[in-house]
Structure formats: structure tokens, C-alpha cells
Design a protein around this ligand. Sequence first.
Ligand code: SF4
Ligand code: SF4
Length: 56
Amino acid sequence: MAYQISDDCIKCGSCADGCPVSAISEGDAKYVIDADACIECGACADVCPVGAPQQQ
Ligand code: SF4
Ligand code: SF4
């Protein structure tokens, strides 16, 4: 399953910069992942300072 970003997101933007398929964009309250585009590489989870991206 694709990754999802939890409400812990502090909108630092690091995950979006590192996503190889540009599946992450800035939403109103947090960054969001396009589940159809995500290839489940885990890079966003590795760079996130608060552990917000989690595999569903
Ligand atoms: Fe992008 Fe990889 Fe995170 Fe999916 S798991 S949103 S492909 S960085
Ligand atoms: Fe949010 Fe983590 Fe992405 Fe930063 S790296 S925008 S805190 S999900």
C-alpha cells in the first residue's frame, strides 16, 4: 500500500523534495501523497523529522 502523511506533519517540505516520482504536494494542513503515484520507496519516511509518512 502507498504511504500516507499523518497529522504530525509540520510542513517542512523535505519529503516533497526527495520523492523520486513527485507524488507529494503541499496541502492546506499538511503535505499529502498521491497514492496512485507513490511507488512505496520509503524515501519520505527516511527524511521526515517527525515520522509523519507511514505505509498504510
Ligand atoms: Fe514518494 Fe517514495 Fe514517499 Fe511514495 S514512499 S511518496 S514514492 S518518497
Ligand atoms: Fe511533513 Fe515530514 Fe514531509 Fe516535512 S518531511 S513536509 S514534516 S511529512
